[in-house]
Design a protein around this ligand. Sequence first.
Ligand code: SF4
Length: 354
Amino acid sequence: MKGASMNKAPLSEAPEKKGSMSVNSAKENPRKESPREDAFLGIDVGSISTKGVVTNAHNDILCSEYIWTEGDPIGAVKRLLRSLEARFDAERYRIVATGATGSARKLVGSIVGATIVKNEITAHAVGTISKHPEVRTILEIGGQDSKIILIENGVAVDYAMNTLCAAGTGAFLSSQARRLGIEVEEIGDYALRSKHPTPIAARCTVFAESDLVHKIQMGHPREDIIAGVCQAVAANYLNNVGKGKKIAGPIVFQGGVSKNRGVVAAFERALDQPIIVDEIGHLMGALGMAILARRAEARSPFDFRIEDMEFHTREVSCGRCTNNCEIICVYRDNKLIDSWGNRCERGQLRHEAS
Ligand code: SF4
């Protein structure tokens, strides 16, 4: 997926009726003969990947990009913008508002001069609802965390996140695939070949791993063990992130793990209903931010050139529990503007800039 370039042509989407605001009058635009259309940039910077989407006033995606963050959100955003700029039709469009989300949203919002900054829950809900207006539940499993968002009448009404237990994440799936000597991309095919998935203890990573080793030693076929691992990921998710939540359909499944057909099949079996996996599921947060930027009133032209800013980073250990998370703090002019690395809210530092 690294550096994947997607969707050069607009993806069709029903235009929204409300909230569109054009600043594209002939008076404001000196190019009277061919005034450029408004476009909106959404950026989603996570710890693993960084995504960007540019939309027009109808929420059609004009261009998009997905790259690895590689522990450097500032560098990732610069690479992201270079790639988007190369495919953006600046003759026809101009970006008039920008939105940022993701774990480094405040930092990135400050770099790009975002007109709106929102958390991932809101951004993913808005992006997903724009593509699947009937959605009631969004399941998301990423490389290191997972979340669930419940929607009623097109509004996110509840959510839960899990960043502490690795047994329900893509990292767990990858490590078990390695242990079984198969590529992570092959997990889905292996799992779907299984007729009798091997039950794997799903309670936590340590239990799951020791149970898996035990099942390998007992001679269970690899496809059955892989299918069992997929079921364990789905069961762990439902027992932790989804605990106590009313999971109603339509259900949309997102995040890197949604590309794994074995886990999709495990969710379908566990929830006894079809699961929708959108091919642009990985872009929903960025799309949501482009839509939110369009809906908001603030406007600030953006031309892909970002000012070089001086940032200083410092690592601190949370120390509030045995996880002892390393939290990266970013300062500008001696003010803390963003931080990430804390796996729960207790490690959230107070930012002096929003
Ligand atoms: S942020 Fe602090 S309290 Fe939360 S998991 Fe990490 S070390 Fe523990």
